[in-house]
Ligand binder design. Structure first.
Ligand code: MLT
Length: 205
């Protein structure tokens, strides 16, 4: 058994060809939060769901922040690389196919899934980002995301995500050649059934 650096849940696939998911919860959540959503999106696929290892006054998340929507790039990079290393160790250990691994992240979890796509494009095949924002304003390296797919869902009345961020984030991924879909949802920051429906049809494409 490797020395895993994150507490996590792993559920094996019951069908070998089903899409494996990496679930990344939002601030104040834990590794169990997105299991139901994960099962809706991939009923028979493997699921890897780590718990955020940063404790912000009792609320777990995946990197520390300076304030709401204010980030330290060095902290974000360090935590992103650490999570990417964990994911690679876990995929090897559990026999998950990295060429098909799709991240599903909400809020802070969407943010670290996005920075993982930008900084470690080898780790994920695709990412579903619910309510992400621009955390690292770095475009992906040219052609580093060719063959990768990203879905972003933005809540049109979300008070936490600035209005220009979804388009800016989409451009950062497109700079690397990713196939990006940005979907506006008439909602606030919380996940809605419409987010799940959009993600289901995007995955089926
Ligand atoms: C959050 O509350 O998690 C923020 O909206 C996103 C973040 O801090 O990464």
């Amino acid at each position: 058994m490797p020395n895993f650096t994150y507490h996590h849940v792993f559920e094996p696939a019951s069908e070998p060809d089903a899409c494996p998911l990496l679930l990344l919860h939002g601030t104040g959540g834990n590794e169990h939060d997105l299991l139901r959503v994960g099962r809706m999106l991939s009923p028979t696929g493997a699921i890897l769901s780590p718990r955020g290892d940063v404790n912000e006054a009792g609320a777990l998340r995946f990197f520390a922040r300076l304030g709401e929507g204010t980030f330290d790039p060095a902290e974000v990079m360090r935590r992103t690389l650490a999570l990417a290393d964990f994911v690679q160790t876990a995929t090897r250990h559990y026999g998950i196919d990295p060429a098909r691994l799709t991240a599903v992240g909400f809020s802070n979890g969407a943010n670290i899934a996005g920075t993982m796509m930008l900084l470690r494009p080898d780790v994920l095949r695709a990412a579903i980002l619910f309510r992400p924002m621009v955390v690292l304003d770095h475009p992906a390296v040219h052609e580093s995301l060719v063959g990768r797919r990203v879905l972003l869902t933005h809540g049109t009345t979300d008070p936490l995500v600035p209005r220009d961020h979804p388009d800016r984030l989409a451009s950062l991924f497109r700079a690397g050649g990713a196939d990006v879909q940005l979907q506006m949802i008439p909602a606030s920051h919380a996940l809605t059934p419409q987010d799940i429906a959009v993600a289901e049809s995007w995955l089926a494409r």
